[in-house]
Ligand binder design. Structure first.
Ligand SMILES: [Zn+2]
Length: 159
């Protein structure tokens, strides 16, 4: 499990939070970060692997370091935490009640970066699929969509 922390370099910028929080709040938040960041990714990996697909993890040479990379299919998959990546219309995106400006700016920055990175990937010929954390609650439905996406090669369509 130790590897998880290392490869997830896109995870939220913890240092900027640490200097303004009490130790208690900090550890609470970091627990939160781990749970929204790592678990969905592991669940997705298990699902995709169980479906018979093979992939590489976090290719550092690609924009945004996609979580799963399927080179022979020109396909990449991101797993996005709903809070950190602003899943539109999703209840998990609710902002903390304090420091709203701080969070709004930080999260909007994340969202813009996602858009930019996905555009770069598509420009380079990759097909991109984003799995939202909340979609992992219904693995059957997600598996169907993933299969459609992964089996369809060489198109520009996204989702
Ligand atoms: Zn969501």
């Amino acid at each position: 499990m130790k590897r998880e922390g290392v490869i997830r370099s896109r995870s939220p910028q913890i240092p900027s939070m640490t200097d303004t929080m009490s130790p208690k709040e900090r550890s609470r938040r970091m627990g939160l970060v781990r749970s929204v960041d790592t678990k969905p990714e592991m669940a997705l990996r298990r699902l995709v692997h169980g479906m018979g697909y093979r992939y590489r993890l976090h290719c550092g040479d690609l924009p945004g370091k996609p979580d799963l990379v399927f080179r022979s299919r020109d396909a990449v998959i991101f797993v996005h935490g709903c809070f950190w990546h602003r899943h539109e219309g999703c209840p998990l995106t609710r902002l903390p009640k304090t420091r709203v400006d701080f969070w709004t700016a930080k999260l909007e920055g994340n969202r813009k970066r996602d858009i930019r990175e996905i555009a770069e990937l598509k420009k380079a010929g990759w097909r991109v699929f984003v799995v939202w954390e909340c979609e992992l609650k219904n693995l059957e439905a997600l598996a169907k969509r993933l299969r459609r996406f992964l089996d369809r090669r060489k198109t520009n369509e996204v989702r």
